[in-house]
Every structure is written in C-alpha cells, then in structure tokens.
Design a protein. Structure first.
Length: 409
C-alpha cells in the first residue's frame, strides 16, 4: 500500500469522469429505446397512458381496463404517463418516451453513488462505483430496453438517504422519500429506516423530514385516497407482484418440489412476512448507523430482492445501484452476473419465460447478491456508530491551509 494525497482536483476529475460515463450511458440507453420495440410492458404502458388520458390519473383505479392487466402503479406514475401521452401528440414515439424516465434515473444514480461513496472512500473508488452504475449491464437492459419505473423509485430512495445523511437537508430528503413511493411502491420498505435515521438526528431533523414526506404524500396520494380509496388499496397497496417462478425463494421452492400450497402462500399473504423482515432489518441498521443511511437503503432494497417472491427482469434493478454503494466488488459482481441474466432474458422468446441456462444464472445471481449484502452489512457495522461521513472521508472535510489530506490507498 502507498500513501496518496487526495485533493479537490482529484475529486473534480473523478466527478467529471463519472459525468462523461453517465452521459454516454444515457445516450446508449436512448439509442436502444429508439431502435427496439421493447417487451410487452411497453405496449401495456401505452394502453395505460391512453386509459389515463380518458379517465384521468385518479379515476383510473376505479375503471376496468379490458385487454390490460391491473393498473398497480402509484399516483405519480399516472401523471407521468399522462404527460408522456400528451407528448406523443407532438410526434414523439411513446415506445421511446417510456424508456426515458428510467434511463434518466440511471444517470442520476451514477452521480448519486459517486457523491455517496466519495464521502466514505477515495475518489478513485467513488469513480469506479459511479461509472459502474453508468455502464451496468442490468441497468442498460432494464432501463434502455424494458423501461418501467423501478429505476426512478430507486433513484429517489437513494437521493433521500443522501440528502438526509450527507447533505443535512431533511426537508428535501422527506420530499424525495415521498416521491420514491409515489412512482413505484417498492421503496416503502426503506421509509421506516429513513424515519429512524431522521429520529437519530434529533427532533428538528425528524420534524423537517416528516414535514417533507407528509406534504408530498398528501399532495400526490390525497386525491386518490379521497376519491377511490378501496380501488387504490386493492390495485397498489395489496399488489403482490407477478406469479412467475423465475427468481429467488419461489424458484428454489419450485425446484425442490415443495407443495403447491406452500408456494401459493409464499406468493400470497406470506410475502408480507418477508417485507416485514426487510423493514425490521433496515430500521435496525438505521438505528445502529444513522450516518450510513445510503448504505442502509441499499441493503434494505437488496434484501427485498433476495426475499422477493415475485419474478420480473425489471426487479433486478432494485439492487443494482445500491450494490455499488456497498462497494465496487459487490457492485461489479452483481451487475456482471445479473446483467447477463437480463440481457439473455430479454433476448429470449419472452421476458417471463427464462431458458434453463438463464434460470441457473439467475440462481447464481441470487447467491452473489446475498453474499454482497453480507459483506456490505459487515462493512456498515464496522464503521464507528457516531462517526459522520466527513470524519471518515478526509476528502469531504473543509479545505485547510494544506488543501489536501493523506489517505491510505
């Protein structure tokens, strides 16, 4: 090991490299989007958008949609689809537009991960992690080809943790947290952890975070809750995901030949038990290491994917950026293995019918994710419980007369 002097110039150069990679990644995703029809979800979203234009983003939950699956997206997604449908009237292709939010979210995640990691490691490590997000095969495939809103929800969740723990902006963090569950309900598992981290910051922090969260939640969710509450609960809050047996626990249960009632319970009411485990784990970690809120969010979303009883290639997005928050080895290992699953899965006859090799790769990716979460949690717990990021990362400390600090590389 050697001693390397890290200064503000190193940080700026590393950030510039991440911005270049993120921009190239965004362009690559949009080129894929513009030149491919995408999976069935693209056409389904187009149908949802037309229905929302007719019924409105609030009343949509109360109307049957012949030829379409249940509309299970939170209210903000409806407003997004309404806006995209309006843009098609100007001549834009909906199939391309629907892939843009997720692609832009990956750009934001690359920058976010860099800013999160640079406070806890060297600029070089942060640069590797940020570039890793930008070029991640699983994110390129899911955002550029599939679309959906999973990547957008993850970006808001990581932004909330970063604003709360690193930027000391609890009001903005609360807003970002509310936006995350208003696009896709998946990040609901990290909300208790964020509230615990805010609580550990003191009453003023908790009040400001709660105010931001409550204000946006009331604004976005309020109209639907007041107008069609039962339909909203049934379509969105009680949605358990697809019933395919392609990934994780249900895949292993099916391969081991467990009784059908057991698998049905896992995918039915039993999945709430797994969600509660994720919530409890995240809240506990946030209590022990509130300054590590970004890592806690990464672990909680990753654990949700590990315990998920639903299967979908786009779900692999949940852990992709977060694994780079936990470390470059964890991030690149997950992106490489699961990225191959996504690429091969989308290249097959159907995104919900995986070949045997893809199923085996998916199982390997599950174990890679589980192992990465174990090492990530160990790393989080190894940090001093009361240390702020700036105290562990000299590069984020205020400039001194020497304008740099030494860091072991």
């Amino acid at each position: 090991m050697g001693i390397r002097m890290w200064g503000e110039t190193d940080v700026r150069r590393a950030r510039a490299a991440v911005l270049v990679a993120a921009t190239a990644g965004l362009l690559t995703r949009m080129i894929i989007a513009a030149n491919s029809p995408g999976p069935a979800d693209v056409r389904i979203f187009a149908g949802f958008a037309k229905a929302i234009t007719g019924y409105g983003p609030v009343r949509i939950y109360a109307h049957p949609l012949p030829g379409l699956p249940v509309y299970n997206h939170p209210p903000l997604a409806g407003w997004m689809l309404l806006g995209l449908d309006r843009l098609t009237e100007l001549g834009f292709s909906f199939a391309t537009l629907i892939r843009f939010p997720a692609s832009a979210a990956d750009f934001a995640c690359a920058v976010l991960v860099f800013e999160i990691v640079r406070r806890r490691a060297t600029p070089r490590t942060a640069m590797l992690c940020g570039i890793g997000v930008a070029v991640s095969p699983v994110l390129l495939a899911t955002s550029g080809y599939h679309g959906n809103t999973d990547a957008v929800a993850v970006a808001f969740a990581l932004a909330a943790a970063h604003l709360l723990a690193d930027r000391k902006a609890p009001l903005a963090a609360g807003v970002a947290a509310a936006l995350s569950i208003s696009v896709k309900f998946i990040p609901i598992v990290v909300i208790p952890a964020l509230f615990v981290a805010a609580l550990r910051g003191g009453r003023p922090v908790l009040v400001r975070f709660g105010a931001g969260f409550a204000g946006v939640t009331a604004l976005v969710w309020g109209p639907a809750l007041l107008t069609v509450p039962l339909d909203l609960v049934h379509n969105v809050l009680e949605y358990a995901g697809g019933r395919y047996r392609l990934w994780g626990l249900v895949r292993f249960a099916d391969a081991l030949g467990l009784p059908e009632p057991v698998i049905a319970f896992m995918q039915g009411g039993g999945h709430f038990l797994f969600v509660l485990v994720c919530v409890a784990a995240g809240a506990r970690l946030a209590w022990l290491r509130p300054a590590e809120a970004p890592g806690v969010v990464a672990v909680t979303l990753g654990l949700l994917l590990v315990l998920s009883t639903a299967s979908g290639l786009q779900y692999l997005t949940w852990a992709a950026a977060g694994m780079f928050v936990l470390g470059p080895v964890e991030g690149f290992a997950y992106s490489a293995v699961v990225g191959l699953v996504a690429v091969l899965g989308y290249s097959g006859r159907s995104a919900v019918r995986w070949s045997e090799p893809v199923l085996f790769l998916g199982a390997a990716g599950w174990f890679v994710l589980a192992a990465g979460l174990v090492t990530g949690v160990r790393r989080l717990l190894a940090t001093p419980p009361d240390a702020l990021p700036a105290e562990r990362a000299p590069i984020s400390a205020p400039r001194t007369e020497h304008r740099s600090r030494s860091t072991v590389d």
